[in-house]
Design a protein around this ligand. Structure first.
Ligand code: B12
Ligand code: SF4
Ligand code: SF4
Length: 331
């Protein structure tokens, strides 16, 4: 961004985000994203005169993911990793948009989940929050395509508020190796084979090149919306009815699958909790090595063998080792 930044407002914005409960906050230079994202999905397309994006994240409680890794239940993740978390993220967006508007700047509050009805391109949000998180210096891409941070690995969801406020952007972007160790656990654990690295998707931003898996939208959705029994096999809240996968289902067929062929129990739970398909998968997030490592770094040493006793062992040299997860990878 050319011109002068409003340092004072930048500090106020970050403080405000913290007060609202954001786990991480950063400022992305809109121009970085204008250069990287496709026409129609750039900050300049969404908000004329957009200078900056306020990027905020909320951490997914480790317990919600760890209980799935232990093959017990997908219920906690559905709410605290998705449905409720999205509502909390929407609260951040709502208040941050009002805050900036009260300071005399334009914004666009983009909802935390989903894409606009009738969006011009399938699978594209108004702005890609993962790219915004990378541009804000908060995250880098994992090979999974998920934006990983040093603080929480894969275990967070992001939002970004585009604004005309001239906020001071991040000085430095993270490298991919800063957060992803290339272990491929994410790809191995995908029940749909939806992540392809041959060849990877390439993204250039701020003079850096990031490579990550191309994700098959429909295959991922098939798992995420509770049409498959494969996701968290045996765990409570995992669908019991397998609906055969079909390429490019029409809206009519998709509706039919969701409301007539899917596990009835799951349909009911969706209405009650707005959990949107009940399983939501998220295995690429749950099994990301760096998400698990970040959790271990945060736990007090004496908690590492109690809270997650069936998951971690302390070796003779004091190092922690993760036991082989109970859910086997899909090959
Ligand atoms: C649409 C969408 C999806 C789609 C498409 C994903 C995608 N590749 O973009 C599907 C349904 C597959 C999906 C799945 C998931 N999602 Co999603 N999703 C979104 C959403 C709403 C928009 C993403 C977007 O704009 N992408 C557009 C472009 C810029 O992304 P892209 O990587 O370059 O990919 C595009 C092109 O490169 C191309 N492409 C990529 N691969 C290939 C392959 C081929 C063959 C071709 C032709 C093209 C192509 O098409 C892609 C778009 O479909 C965002 C919210 C938001 N507004 O950002 C959440 C978001 C990305 N999802 C999120 C999550 C967590 C998930 C899931 C774990 C499911 C879950 N439990 O929530 C999985 C993870 C799958 C994965 N490993 O990527 C989080 C990620 C958080 C993080 N830490 O990074 C977000 C940011 C939501 C949020 N508020 O936090 N998601
Ligand atoms: S959410 Fe599940 S189906 Fe989708 S890419 Fe990740 S592991 Fe695969
Ligand atoms: S599981 Fe491994 S390869 Fe995949 S994103 Fe995480 S650290 Fe990177």
């Amino acid at each position: 961004m050319d011109g002068v930044f409003d340092e004072e407002l930048t500090v106020e914005v970050k403080d405000y985000a913290k007060k609202l409960g954001a786990a991480l906050t950063g400022i992305a230079d809109a121009n970085l994203l204008n250069e990287t994202l496709e026409a129609g999905f750039r900050p300049m397309d969404v908000l004329p005169g957009c200078c900056s994006l306020v990027v905020m994240s909320l951490h997914i409680p480790d317990g919600a993911l760890e209980i799935m890794r232990r093959g017990k239940a997908a219920y906690s993740y559905n709410l605290f990793g998705y449905a409720y978390l999205n509502r909390e993220l929407d609260v951040l967006i709502y208040h941050m948009s009002n805050f900036l508007e009260e300071h005399g700047y334009a914004t666009v509050p983009i909802p935390a989940r989903g894409t606009a009805y009738g969006a011009p391109k399938k699978g594209y949000g108004m702005i890609s929050f993962r790219h915004a998180a990378v541009a804000a210096g908060l995250a880098s891409f994992g090979l999974s395509g998920i934006a990983l941070t040093k603080e929480y690995g894969s275990r967070q969801r992001f939002v970004a508020v585009p604004t005309t406020a001239p906020l001071t952007p991040a000085e430095k972007l993270l490298d991919q190796q800063d957060v992803c160790d290339g272990c491929l656990e994410c790809v191995k654990h995908c029940p749909a084979g939806a992540l392809t690295l041959n060849p990877p998707h390439e993204c250039r931003m701020g003079g850096k090149t990031y490579r990550y898996a191309r994700s098959h939208h429909d295959k991922c959705l098939h798992q995420s919306r509770g049409l498959s029994t494969k996701v968290w096999q045996g765990a409570a809240f995992n669908p019991k009815v397998d609906v055969p996968y079909e390429e490019h289902p029409s809206p009519e067929l998709f509706y039919e699958q969701l409301w007539h062929r899917r596990d009835g129990g799951i349909r009911i739970s969706e209405i009650a909790e707005s959990t949107y398909g009940a399983t939501l998968c998220g295995r690429c997030m749950a099994f990301c090595t760096q998400g698990h490592e970040a959790m271990k770094r945060r736990l007090k040493p004496d908690q590492r063998t109690t809270g997650y006793a069936d998951d971690l062992v302390i070796q003779k040299d004091g190092a922690l080792k993760a036991l082989v997860p109970k859910c086997k990878p899909f090959n």
